[in-house]
Design a protein around this ligand. Structure first.
Ligand code: NAD
Ligand code: UDP
Length: 318
């Protein structure tokens, strides 16, 4: 099996490449490093079946030889990143997805789109089943990401119905683990970095808003289950373990043994109030459910951040 992973040197992409290589697949990772880094896959560089190619998928997606699977993950994913890169985010979700689908069509490969729980916006239905259409503000700041992903989903289904491409869509809920950029602005890397440094932990608003957080290993198992199936989806992949941002901040302060206090900061515009996946479909179609306990997952992630504190990712911070 030969797989192409767009966004292959990002947080999730690098874990996906690692698991594909470990099971004996050949992997071509495509990335322009806008939010990812080659360091994330440096440990795979000597694997015979692994290639990392610097390419902007909005410009070109050409791969020589056979391809069995295209996993399309390229896109800024942290709100801080996509708010800084609004046009790039819309382009990679639209033009980039078009190119990745064209590659799958040309090669007769299965295509899997990494969509997001953000397609549900600030949800009026809780938890969110795949049948829920969502509550998105197209002209709010998050619209650049949400609408890009909603367009990408529609484009994926159009290629399935019009060109017979074997497509699947996973809607990924908040996922965390090693190799998140400590400064990517998302809650978990922020909280861990701040707690380890003894700085105030920045909780947005009153901290009552919730997220449901999934460990990266579980998430990758879910994406691979979708890739190995023939289902079109969309299928939610996420851990239903829901908690408020105050609970998360307090938990991380406790697990790091930090003396940090909580500092409240402004809540971002259109920040979703709640979010929790309904995972019934993932269980039924893919036999998938998360296995890793969140406390264990947070400990593993904190350990990684601790070791990274000695490494270039944190040292490079201004
Ligand atoms: P990330 O920023 O770490 O990884 C994204 C990767 O895509 C980066 O390596 C980046 O350089 C690359 N990229 C962006 N634009 C590109 C372009 N035009 N050409 C080539 N490469 C490009 O983010 P992540 O958390 O690993 O997210 C990966 C995917 O999963 C994204 O599509 C994201 O929308 C989706 N997702 C992630 C989460 C999560 O919690 N991590 C949740 C929902 C959806
Ligand atoms: N958040 C926070 N402090 C931070 C960063 C984020 O309280 O330093 C909040 C953010 O406002 C949101 C939640 O944490 O309510 C999750 O944000 P994140 O960026 O991790 O993910 P997303 O909003 O994409 O779900």
């Amino acid at each position: 099996m030969r797989a192409v992973v767009t966004g292959g040197s990002g947080f999730l992409g690098s874990h996906l490449c690692e698991r594909l290589v470990a099971r004996g697949d050949e992997v071509v990772a495509l990335d322009n490093f806008v939010t990812g880094t080659p360091a994330n896959v440096a440990h795979l560089a000597d694997e015979p079946g692994f290639d990392l190619v610097e390419v902007d998928v909005t410009r070109d997606v050409t791969v020589a030889g056979d391809v069995d699977l295209v996993l399309h993950l390229a896109s800024p994913a942290s709100p801080v990143d996509y708010l800084q890169l609004p046009i790039e985010t819309l382009e990679v979700g639209s033009i980039g997805t078009m190119h990745a689908l064209a590659l799958a069509r040309e090669k007769g490969a299965r295509f899997v789109l990494a969509s997001t729980s953000e397609v549900y916006g600030d949800p009026a239905v809780h938890p969110q089943p795949e049948s829920y259409w969502g509550h998105v503000n197209p002209v709010g700041p998050r619209g650049v990401y949400d609408e890009a992903k909603r367009f990408a989903e529609a484009l994926t289904l159009a290629h399935r119905s019009t060109h017979g491409v074997d497509t699947g869509i996973v809607r990924i809920f908040n996922t965390f683990g090693p190799r998140m950029r400590p400064d990517d602005g998302r809650a978990i890397p922020n909280f861990i970095r701040q707690a380890l440094a003894g700085q105030p932990v920045t909780v947005a608003g009153d901290g009552s808003q919730t997220r449901s957080i999934c460990y990266v290993d579980d998430l990758i198992t879910g994406i691979l289950a979708m890739a190995d199936s023939e289902h079109a989806g969309p299928v939610n992949i996420g851990n239903p373990h829901e908690l408020s941002m105050t609970e998360l901040a307090e938990w991380i302060i406790e697990l790091t043994g930090s003396t940090s206090t909580i500092r409240h900061i402004a809540r971002p515009v259109d920040d979703p109030t709640v979010r929790q996946p309904d995972t019934a479909l993932a269980r039924e179609l893919l036999g998938w459910e998360p296995q890793v306990e969140i406390e264990d997952a947070l400990r593993r992630t904190i350990d990684w951040f601790r070791s990274e504190a000695q490494g270039p990712r944190l040292r490079a911070r201004p």
